[in-house]
Write a protein that binds this ligand. Structure first.
Ligand SMILES: [Fe+2]
Length: 265
C-alpha cells in the first residue's frame, strides 16, 4: 500500500508552503549560523516545520562599514543552496539582506551595494531599538522615493514604536510593510514586544511573520508553532496570509494587496 507523504505530521508540514523572509542562515557571515553544519541544521528544522523557501538575510549596511556586500551575500547564498541540494534538504534559498537603516541606505540600494530580498523591490530594513523614530521615517521616505517598498524588520521591538504606535500609522500609510518576529508573538522577547506584535497582527498592520532565526538551538527557524498560534488566536486565513501568501508576493516581486488596518488613535 502506498504510504501518504508526511502522514504523521500536521498540515503545514505536509503542504510545505511557508516562506521565511528573515533568517541569519548564511554560515559565518554575521551573528547567525557559525558554520555550514549549523546552517544545514537550521535548514532541516525549517523544512521539518513546514517551510519551503527562505530569504537569507545577514546583517548588512552597518554604520561602521562592517558586514558583507551584495556580491559576498549572493555568492554565499548560492554556495549554501548547492550544499542544501547535496544534503537532500528541500529548501529554496534566496539572497537577501537585513539592512541597517542609515542616511546612506537609499543611495546604497540605488547603487546596488545593498540589495532587496530575492531580487525584488522589497528591501528588509531594521533600525536601532531606541531613539530613532525620526531618522527611521526619513530613511523609509528616501527608500520609497527610489520606487522600492521597504519591509520594516520587527517594529514591535523598537521602544519608540512601543511608546507611540501611531508612528506605525505613518509608516504604513507611506507604503511601508511590517514584518513581525515569531519570537515576539510567542513572548520570547518580553511583554512589551509580545503586546505590540499581537496588536499589529490583530489590527491588520502585519504583512509578514518571519523567524529572524540565528541558530538551530535558540531563535530557530521553526515556524510551525507560530503558524499554530496564528490559527488559534486569529484564523487560518491570517496564518496563510502572513506566512505564505504575502511572502510569496515578495519572492515573485508582485504587488502587495493589503487591506487598510485599524489605525492607532
Ligand atoms: Fe535579523
Amino acid at each position: 500500500m502506498r504510504r501518504p507523504l508526511c502522514s504523521s505530521l500536521p498540515r503545514p508540514a505536509c503542504l510545505q508552503k511557508m516562506i521565511d523572509l528573515h533568517a541569519h542562515i548564511l554560515p559565518g557571515m554575521d551573528d547567525g549560523a557559525p558554520s555550514l553544519e549549523a546552517s544545514l541544521e537550521m535548514a532541516r528544522l525549517a523544512v521539518e516545520s513546514g517551510v519551503k523557501a527562505m530569504a537569507a538575510t545577514p546583517h548588512c549596511g552597518l554604520p561602521d562599514g562592517d558586514g558583507p556586500d551584495a556580491g559576498q551575500v549572493r555568492t554565499a547564498a548560492a554556495r549554501l543552496g548547492r550544499a542544501l541540494e547535496r544534503a537532500g534538504i528541500p529548501l529554496r534559498l534566496y539572497a537577501g539582506m537585513e539592512i541597517f537603516g542609515t542616511a546612506q541606505t537609499a543611495q546604497r540600494l540605488r547603487e546596488g551595494t545593498l540589495i532587496p530580498l530575492a531580487g525584488s523591490r522589497y528591501p528588509l530594513i531594521e533600525f536601532p531599538f531606541e531613539g530613532y523614530a525620526r531618522q527611521a521615517t526619513q530613511i523609509l521616505e528616501a527608500v520609497l522615493r527610489l520606487g522600492m517598498q521597504p519591509i520594516v524588520a520587527h517594529p514591535e521591538r523598537y521602544r519608540y514604536a512601543q511608546a507611540d504606535p501611531q508612528l506605525l500609522n505613518e509608516w504604513v500609510d507611506m507604503g511601508c510593510l511590517l514584518q513581525i518576529n515569531r519570537g515576539s508573538l510567542l513572548g520570547r522577547f518580553g511583554p512589551r514586544e509580545e503586546t505590540l506584535a499581537h496588536r499589529l497582527v490583530g489590527r491588520g498592520f502585519a504583512a509578514f511573520v518571519a523567524s529572524d532565526a540565528h541558530t538551530p538551538v535558540v531563535r530557530t527557524p521553526w515556524l510551525r508553532d507560530v503558524w499554530a498560534l496564528l490559527c488559534r488566536e486569529y484564523s487560518e486565513e491570517t496564518a496563510r496570509l502572513l506566512l505564505e501568501e504575502n511572502p510569496a508576493r515578495v519572492l515573485g516581486n508582485r504587488a502587495m494587496d493589503m487591506d487598510e488596518p485599524e489605525w492607532f488613535d
